[in-house]
Design a protein around this ligand. Sequence first.
Ligand SMILES: Nc1ncnc2c1ncn2[C@@H]1O[C@H](COP(=O)(O)OP(=O)(O)OP(=O)(O)O)[C@@H](O)[C@H]1O
Length: 525
Amino acid sequence: MRPGTDKAPLEEGRPLLDARGISKSFGGVHALEAADFSCRAGEIHALLGANGAGKSTLVKVLSGVQRPDAGTITLAGETVQFSGPAEAAHHGVATVFQELSLFPHLTVAENIYVGHEPTGPLGQIDQRRMRSDVRALFDSLGVGHIAPGAHVSDLSLADRQLVEIFKALSKEPKLLILDEGTSALGRKEVQRLFDLLRKLKAAGTSVIFISHRMSEIREFVDRMTIFRNGRHVATVAAREASDAEIVEMMLGQRVERSFPERTEVSRDEPPLLELSGFSVGSDLADVSLSLRRGEVLGLAGLEGQGQGTLLLALFGAYRGVAGEALIDGRPVRLSSPKAAMESGIALIPEDRKTEGLVLPMSVRENITFSVLSRLGRFGFVSAARERAFVGRMMERLSVKAASMELPARSLSGGNQQKLVLAKWLETGADVFLFYDPTRGIDVGTKQAFYELIVGLTREGKGVILYSTETSELIGLCHRVAVMDGGRVALTLEGGNITEEEILAASLGVGRGRNAAGADMAEAAQ
Ligand SMILES: Nc1ncnc2c1ncn2[C@@H]1O[C@H](COP(=O)(O)OP(=O)(O)OP(=O)(O)O)[C@@H](O)[C@H]1O
């Protein structure tokens, strides 16, 4: 089918969910404009669209969090009007929102059962049963590494996301909505999750799935609906449209995904950053690596193999770090984030929603927070200069906001993430640490972002990039350090940075290969 032309007919039969003519405005912003969306029983259905297309707003309407201004929702043949999330839940809708909603100081099991805890004969909460049920659920999914009794605050973002998903599943919903619920998960976890979703689907549960990772979507979903500017553009079978066609429908224009040419790196100059014997407890063991000016060094490996710890340790977030760090040949003490920033290191963190922004403050204030002192002299900032600077940053990262004076909270999730990036990019740092930077960002902006990373290297900065999208590592990096069990298992370089090599090294089967790709085991025979 031709993208953006024919509107595919929505489901003719009796779908589980049928939302028609849904409109929702915030002030002058039309988040949804007479949007249609329909999902069959026992179907995994992806909802796609650029940042700000209205996906999360639809999810909030379907989950009873927001009331639509107009439109009707039919669920299992019954017209429903949700007065709040509890009523949506009562109708069998369970949602994992973009913003995680866990209580950090409760245990995993307590979080999963919050509000519907199993009770003993005297009405007391049955902790033991709760934990054993959660254990059984985790074991069935092969996520034995999460302890039901662990506090959520101690878990990684990926594990917190898994807990959030299990919490939704424990309500045995008719309709499960995952709004970017898998963005922090590694490939293996996503696959396991989809194995589970297929089982649910076989039992008649419908799943609405929002993700910006195209490959993830194509592989596992039955149909896809594309939204653009708050409207339904098309609904297609997953195999019916090509990636390029889908992107075109999302953006209203053709975009070729390509990586900008890497910056030439001079091997003669001394390294910008040099680490030796960098260790953090048992999480990071004896990491030695170097980064040159103009270079992008990738970090790969299965989820949680020390990549995050390395970035955070470099940013001074851990105490008791052993080893030495040199910047431009001078030893630096990375004892706190402040010390790291003063040494010229910037980190774009993983959990950008909570770590990166002051949500009630305006878009403008959030962007200029970290650069005020550089924009003005003697502490005075010219308003005109500030606005011009913010305008440039918003354009560079295509931040979609009606005005820079709106609170950051009112932006769509992806646009909030862009704000965090904007905020850090202008800090004047020399070493940029990126923690999965394009997670949650739409394909059009990803492209702009690749340009931006390469742009930094052209200015002589060094970049360490941890990405869960292998294609980004292959397309952008000069070298990729594959991590396993807190160590650098292998460093790949140039043409040897391939999906197969990265995967093999991640799984430990690539050991023995050197950076030039010669298989030493074979050579020895
Ligand atoms: N509470 C709000 N106040 C003001 N504007 C809002 C509010 N919620 C959403 N919007 C606006 O509505 C539009 C749609 O946002 P929405 O979050 O639904 O997009 P999205 O498709 O989920 O984007 P993303 O991929 O970035 O998560 C955006 O322009 C956003 O700024």
